[in-house]
Design a protein. Structure first.
Length: 260
């Protein structure tokens, strides 16, 4: 990797390096300690599921990983860059270029086509129109939606909308794919499609962090981290970082998906 305005990253840097991070909301007796000394390292190519019940701190940790919030104390490096040292402008640039977000509720712009939705992060990043179109079409092809590029969200099923959201997350070639309950609004068939896409992306070397409360989703990850009361209480590896994800199958590797 080359030097940028956000700092210098090298191929040897972990994607995420979180050390003794705490997050406290409020003050005095009303203070809520959402994270209590969390440390987590995620290497390039890993596929990590972060799990926990409501109130465990997993959403707070996701917001910090996604540069949507800052820790009260501790250190967070994203690709070797100290996020805490960045001003708001550079932090926004990091979010746009280095993190691909996938949300439970899709967060697509209703009156824009699938293609335009996927192009949006590139437009914010100042990429020229022809290059935006080329990259967006390629990303939609990766998720099996080459025949739906002109459709608006209300003309797509829930599963197809989430696949557009995955393409939008991929289009900037981010350091990290960060997914918040990505199958929470989907039926079982569409859930299998999205998990097959994640398996295939993991197989190609993408670094993925998924926030989930579903064991079936976590079963696809190479590593499962569990939080309770703001602390990591279990960290279990299910497959090697440099190996395939544990539930990869022919369907995932060939990219076969339903029409839903």
């Amino acid at each position: 990797m080359s030097e940028t305005a956000e700092g210098t990253a090298t191929a040897a840097d972990p994607v995420l390096l979180i050390r003794d991070v705490t997050k406290v909301y409020g003050e005095g007796e009303a203070a809520v300690r959402a994270l209590r000394g969390v440390s987590l390292t995620v290497e390039p190519g890993d596929y990590v599921a972060i799990m926990g019940a409501s109130g465990s701190g997993k959403s707070t940790l996701m917001n910090i990983i996604g540069c949507l919030d800052v820790p009260t104390a501790g250190t967070y490096l994203l690709g070797g860059v100290d996020v805490g040292a960045l001003d708001e402008v550079r932090l926004a640039r990091v979010r746009n270029r280095r993190i691909g977000f996938i949300f439970q509720s899709f967060n697509l712009i209703p009156r824009m086509s699938a293609l335009a939705n996927v192009e949006l992060p590139l437009a914010y990043g100042g990429v020229r129109a022809a290059e935006r179109r080329r990259r967006a079409l390629a990303a939609l092809g990766l998720v099996g939606l080459s025949d739906r590029v002109r459709h608006q969200p209300n003309e797509l099923s829930g599963g197809q909308q989430q696949r557009v959201a995955v393409a939008r997350a991929l289009v900037t070639s981010p350091t990290l794919l960060l997914a918040d309950e990505p199958t929470g609004a989907l039926d079982s068939t569409s859930t299998k499609d999205i998990l097959a896409i994640f398996d295939r992306l993991s197989l190609s070397g993408r670094t993925i962090v998924v926030i989930t409360h579903e064991d079936d989703v976590a079963a696809h990850a190479k590593r499962v981290v569990r939080l309770m009361d703001g602390r990591i209480v279990d960290d279990r590896r299910q497959a090697p970082v440099d190996g395939p994800p544990p539930l990869i199958d022919d369907r995932s590797s060939t990219g076969a998906m339903s029409e839903r």
